[in-house]
Design a protein around this ligand. Structure first.
Ligand code: PEP
Ligand code: MN
Length: 692
């Protein structure tokens, strides 16, 4: 090895040493802070605004040092999460002294080393002081029994998965055993396919995994040819068997951690059907734990309601009237009592709070059995969401959607309501509908910015666009994968391969994604990957497509057909609403007129008209309307002034050479300027003429 390399490695080692020392110092300060907070009356252990502030500052610092901001954000989220856990653990130790006296803390879970339950346990107890031993047991029941008998201090049991739903056996054990819930943990379940060698997919003849994991990857598995799929005891054991057998045609589905632990190579990542796949675990103990008010908690109870009509409603009413937000309700058959049910109820609150205790006392009046299962720090509530750095988006927040034009003259509105749409009509719903996509809300006062290329062309191209959207404070990344083209000889899009790239870019830059779906048969598969669907202008009256989209639970942008009246547009929306999907966003993108100077004529007056007639959100796409990039920013600003809830624009890293719609794509610089202008910055009339 050359001495140069050795020298550089020495330097790296020295830097790593400093990084670890700095982290240790940071956590030492965090502990001092926890000690201080323990002695004072802080109202909330977590200060969300401060987290945002710190992230913003560090991201800016990182940028000035040449570090990527999503890297800094990811890293610091992890560090802050750990700090919060340390503080929570410190307070829990203060308030539950037995937590500290145990010599070795034994944590029982079901499965083997590397299984998801083990990962969740390690995540949860990683911040605990002292020695922790993890013990994998065969069944959920043996975990419950180990805790009950005192052989284990804690048990970690899965209660629900966001794809597969509740784990009934664990719920039944909670009713039956004397266990207390003292914590919850959320574990991301990202499956990968792995084998002994980095072989192509087509070489795999046998796949092994836990039946739950196989069920969560059904769609991917159905694409494998000549391959047997077999259930196995658990995901980690499947990985171990594949390693032990040493047969390169065998593969296992397991977590990346398990795969790494057994020295296997990943053949394909993220093969689960649903892109967001999480399991929630309960941490149980033999005694309840006490958490102080500054730690936001959830409480779980199990109850059997009296045989009177409305008893369950009365119980829920009591929680509501005490301001306790219900987060989950689950029913299970009551043992030995056919057609009677146990209800498991989770709500935000802590039994240590008199308001919660009083609510539970009142609830008992309507039940013939009520057992509190415990109060524990909440990880799934709105308040537990990770902080984001405040980006340019903060500035953009200055712009607001104009609300003045809405429904001033109701008689006029009533007269204009046509029989052809009812659910979409303002007459049916007076308030504006907000469509929620993760943390983004379309239809509220804050305008939403959607940007991205016309077509996804390559990994580099979509990554560059995603970075630009994120850097400028955009909210959603667009990218066409299935392109409706006038000529059959033009580029038709990268299809599902493009969608995989778009999904990767969205994940990397923490942006929801939107893509057009062309065929009814593709709707489900596209909806599984994309946060938002788009119906293109050419398909506005493709009723089979509208019906298929109406049947999935996925928000959709409905573009106005270029030859369609407002009534026809709203009726097209009604097709989706009437089939069940209420998350429809309208998009004005220009209509065909005699004018040929622009690609289409942007009908901005449609915005106030539509906002009067419907409660659905309305956005504007000035790119396809203008067809020429230099007019786009001005029309985007005009769209927001007209009351649109957002704009969608096309951008491209090299707009002179895109596969589709090159003339109208904004350069990244022009996009940056547009974002500044609509953000309430100085109006730049000059820019609009000269934008390249
Ligand atoms: C697009 O958004 O890329 C597109 C094809 O738009 P439209 O359907 O409005 O032409
Ligand atoms: Mn386009």
């Amino acid at each position: 090895m050359s001495t140069d390399v050795t020298k550089l490695r020495d330097q790296l080692d020295a830097v790593d040493h400093r990084v670890v020392q700095a982290l240790a110092e940071r956590f030492w300060i965090v502990e001092k802070l926890a000690r201080f907070k323990a002695g004072t009356d802080v109202s909330n252990l977590r200060d969300f605004a401060r987290e945002e502030e710190v992230l913003t500052r560090l991201v800016d610092l990182g940028k000035s040092e040449g570090l990527d901001d999503s890297f800094v954000t990811r890293l610091y989220r992890e560090i802050m999460d750990h700090s919060l856990r340390l503080q929570r653990e410190f307070l829990a130790g203060r308030d539950n002294p037995e937590r500290l006296t145990a010599e070795t803390c034994v944590v029982a879970y079901q499965g083997t080393d590397g299984a998801y339950s083990h990962l969740a346990a390690a995540k949860h107890f990683g911040s605990m002081k002292g020695e922790t031993r993890y013990e994998g047991l065969d069944t959920f029941r043996s975990v419950a029994e180990a805790v009950q008998s005192g052989n284990a201090s804690y048990g970690v049991l899965p209660v629900e998965n966001t794809t597969a739903g509740s784990i009934n056996e664990v719920y039944d054990l909670l009713a039956e055993c004397h266990l207390w819930i003292v914590g919850e943990e959320i574990q991301a379940v990202d499956h990968c396919l792995a084998a002994t060698a980095d072989a192509p997919l087509s070489h795999i003849r046998r796949v092994l995994s836990h039946p739950q994991a196989l069920a969560q990857c059904t769609r991917f598995l159905s694409t494998l040819r000549d391959c047997r799929v077999e259930p196995y005891t658990d995901t980690a054991m499947a990985a171990r068997k594949v390693r032990d057998d040493g047969d390169p045609t065998q593969a296992a589905i397991a977590s990346e951690e398990a795969v790494r632990r057994f020295g296997l190579s990943v053949i394909k990542r993220r093969i689960n059907d649903q892109r967001e796949n999480y399991t929630r675990f309960f941490v149980v103990a033999g005694k309840p734990a006490t958490y102080r008010q500054s730690v936001p908690c959830k409480t779980s109870v199990v109850l059997v309601v009296n045989h009177e009509s409305g008893a369950l409603a009365s119980c829920l009413d009591i929680l509501a009237s005490h301001g306790l937000n219900l987060t989950k309700i689950e029913s299970r058959p009551r043992p030995n009592s056919p057609w009677e049910y146990l209800f498991y109820v989770d709500f935000e609150g802590n039994v240590a709070d008199e308001n919660v205790a009083e609510a539970l006392r009142k609830v008992t009046a309507h039940t013939n059995y009520l057992k509190a299962l415990g109060s524990y720090p909440a990880l799934t509530t709105e308040r537990a969401k990770p902080a984001r750095p405040r980006r340019a988006a903060g500035e953009k927040g200055k712009a607001t959607t104009k609300n003045d034009a809405i429904v001033e003259d109701r008689s006029l509105q009533a007269a204009s309501d046509r029989e052809t749409y009812k659910i979409a009509s303002r007459a049916t719903r007076q308030e504006d509908t907000e469509v929620v996509i993760g943390t983004v809300k379309i239809g509220g006062p804050r305008p939403v910015i959607i940007a991205g290329p016309c077509s996804v062309e390559s990994r580099d191209q979509i990554m560059a666009c995603a970075r630009a959207v994120r850097d400028q404070g955009g909210d959603i990344l667009r990218g066409g994968c299935f392109k409706p083209r006038t000529s059959p000889y033009s580029f038709q899009g990268l299809g599902f391969e493009g969608l995989d790239l778009l999904e990767e870019a969205g994940r990397e830059f923490d942006l929801p994604i939107v893509t057009e779906v062309l065929h009814p048969a593709d709707v489900e598969a596209v909806a599984d990957k994309s946060n938002l669907l788009q119906v293109g202008a050419r398909n506005m009256q493709n009723f089979a497509l509208l019906k298929a989209i109406g049947q999935v639970d996925c928000p959709v942008i409905l573009k106005r057909g270029m030859m369609s009246s407002i009534d026809e547009w709203l009726s097209a929306a009604e097709h989706m609403l009437s089939h069940g999907n209420q998350q429809v966003i309208l998009c004005e993108r220009g209509i065909r007129t005699f004018e040929t100077a622009t690609r289409s004529t942007l009908d901005l007056s449609a915005v106030p008209v539509v906002r009067e007639r419907t409660h659905l959100p309305v956005i504007v796409d000035p790119s396809h309307a203008c067809g020429v990039r230099r007019w786009v920013p001005k029309m985007a600003a005009a769209a927001l002034a007209s009351g649109a809830h957002g704009v969608m624009v096309e951008i491209h890293p090299k707009p002179e050479q895109p596969m589709t719609d090159g003339q109208q794509a904004l350069t990244f610089e022009a996009f940056e300027r547009m974002m500044r202008d609509i953000g309430g910055g100085e109006p730049a009339v000059k820019d609009c003429v000269s934008t390249a």
